[in-house]
Design a protein around this ligand. Structure first.
Ligand SMILES: Cc1cc2nc3c(=O)[nH]c(=O)nc-3n(C[C@H](O)[C@H](O)[C@H](O)COP(=O)(O)OP(=O)(O)OC[C@H]3O[C@@H](n4cnc5c(N)ncnc54)[C@H](O)[C@@H]3O)c2cc1C
Length: 505
């Protein structure tokens, strides 16, 4: 666990500092040497490397009489719903995540084209759990967890890259009584060459910002004098890979943007812009067949070209498909589902089918004490007889709510401390009931599929009413009244004045 720029001895920390010198926000200090180390220092460092981790600064284990400490990894749907429900009178809370906000992902695609502003889909975590902002022993740390020592009950962390701290990355550790892993998943790229380097993903607000900047940049560049027809077409070719709900919603938003805004405001290039959605199988394969057909017809009518194909390689300006064809692009968005993150893969914990962190029916990670996992990073172990649940916000949110209630019960029965919940009954196991799926397809149309599973019977509908249901449902699900207000105002502004197409930054 060597730090990078502080490597070769710079990050070595005096043993006396461990858990010793208290700073104002709980972490003890890690002085870095200011000068390059001497040969003796390097030698000492090598000798001490074995217990390097023991010398990291951090939060020490809670003492008798102190509140138990719950450490939460991640500020996504699962982590935030858990934080929201957790009683801060029973626990001190430490949340560790590389972002200090939750992203309301179902509306993220709308921010890429300016239907919504970025702020409207991001909720600061300190507003979700106010203890993180004000409670003396609860903290939010902007960092990635890099490892878990389940025997010592501590997590190892690294500050996010690019900080101005004396050591970059700054490393520390936090002892926990209970650990909740809600670190999400990573986009699947299937190891296809060039995807990581050239494609854009749509999972975070900064991804949406990059997409919007690139889209507007390409629109403006394509108007420059002397640009050939071919280059104009390439710049204005937006390609989406993956026909799941996210890929379809993004394509729908783009086509809507083109129909309503590009035609008026970029009339010189309006005939060159094109959206292509490439999918290896069928689009929206989890939806009812009638809805799939509706989506296909609607997208085609809206100008989205649907291509059945498998990507073989992505080059800086073109995609190679396995049938030998080549697709030039100006903007490429990759949305082919998610799989276990590198962080999850490195954890020495039991794994569910598919490689997620394996949990039992109470979302506990068996074989280690006081560790729980939920959301996209977790899946039921095979022996539970339950299927691994889909990577959905509604799964993550309900798991978060369930676990918070369970923790509150445990806390009330004095089971919050490490190794102390052994005799406490955990209550009913977690049961997931699917409420249905929704996807917007652009131009005031959406799909609503209320069947509980792919093969079950139930209501499914498409069109304007579904779009109204989609919007109302998500408006009510937006985390806070503040953001609900932002979303409603953005929607109204877009309806009246069109989308904001300023390229800022
Ligand atoms: C564009 C888009 C649209 C979607 N639309 C829908 C929809 O309409 N309906 C639906 O049900 N689902 C939807 N989903 C899926 C849904 O967003 C996910 O299933 C949900 O976010 C999973 O929640 P989570 O908390 O497990 O993970 P995430 O929300 O991904 O959160 C993971 C958190 O962990 C943090 N993290 C990662 N690594 C570490 C680490 N090493 N240490 C600490 N923290 C870490 C991340 O920064 C993040 O804060 C959509 C997803 C996307 C991307």
């Amino acid at each position: 666990m060597m730090g990078s720029s502080c490597g070769n001895g710079f990050s070595r920390i005096m043993r006396a500092d461990v858990f010793g010198v208290e700073s104002s926000r709980g972490i003890s200090h890690t002085p870095c040497r200011e000068h390059p180390p001497s040969a003796q220092a390097i030698e000492d460092d090598l000798l001490l490397e074995a217990d390097d981790d023991a010398r990291l600064p951090g939060l020490e284990p809670t003492k008798p009489g102190e509140k138990p400490r719950v450490v939460v990894l991640g500020t996504g749907w699962a982590g935030c719903r858990f934080l929201k429900g957790l009683d801060a009178k029973l626990y001190d809370i430490v949340c560790i995540s590389p972002r200090n906000h939750m992203v309301f992902t179902p509306l993220l695609a709308s921010t890429c084209v300016g239907t919504l502003e970025f702020r409207s889909v991001a909720e600061p975590v300190s507003r979700i759990q106010s203890a993180l902002a004000g409670s003396p022993d609860s903290y939010f740390y902007l960092a990635n967890c890099t490892g878990i020592d389940t025997d010592k009950h501590e997590v190892h962390c690294e500050s996010v890259p690019g900080t101005c701290l004396p050591c970059d990355p700054y490393r520390f550790k936090v002892a926990y009584d209970k650990l909740v892993i809600a670190a999400g998943a990573d986009p699947l790229t299937f190891g296809i060459k060039g995807v990581q380097e050239h494609a854009m993903f749509l999972r975070e607000v900064h991804h949406a910002q990059e997409i919007r900047r690139k889209l507007l940049l390409n629109l403006m560049l394509s108007e420059s004098p002397g640009i050939s027809e071919e280059e104009k077409k390439r710049l204005l070719h937006c390609v989406v890979i993956g026909g799941g709900p996210t890929g379809v919603e993004f394509s729908g938003e783009l086509s809507d943007f083109i129909m309503r805004d590009v035609r008026q405001r970029y009339s010189h290039v309006k005939d060159h812009i094109q959206v292509t959605l490439i999918e290896a199988n069928e689009i929206l394969s989890s939806f009812d067949i009638g809805l799939r057909q509706y989506a296909t017809n609607h997208l085609t009518k809206s100008g989205v070209r649907l291509v059945r194909g498998v990507v073989k390689e992505v080059l800086p300006e073109k995609i190679l498909l396995s049938d030998g064809s080549c697709v030039p692009y100006g903007l490429l968005v990759w949305s082919t589902g998610v799989g276990p993150s590198e962080f999850v893969k490195t954890l020495d914990l039991p794994k569910s089918p598919g490689g997620r962190i394996g949990v039992d029916e109470w979302l506990r990670v068996p074989s280690v004490e006081d560790v729980f996992a939920l959301g996209d990073c977790a899946g039921f172990l095979e022996h539970t007889g339950k299927p691994v649940l889909p990577a959905l916000a509604q799964v993550a949110e309900r798991e978060g709510k369930y676990l918070a209630n369970m923790f509150n019960e445990i806390g009330k029965q004095d089971g919050g401390k490490a190794h102390s919940a052994g005799n406490i009954t955990l209550g009913e196991p977690f049961v997931y009931r699917h409420l249905g799926s929704m996807a917007s397809v652009g131009r005031y149309k959406a799909l609503v599929d209320l069947r509980q599973s792919k093969d079950a019977k139930g209501i499914s509908m498409a069109g304007f009413i579904s779009w109204f249901v989609w919007r109302s449902a998500y408006l009510t699900r937006v985390v806070s009244w503040r953001n609900r207000f932002y979303v409603a105002v953005n929607w109204t502004t877009t309806l009246v004045f069109g989308r904001d197409n300023s390229r800022i930054g």
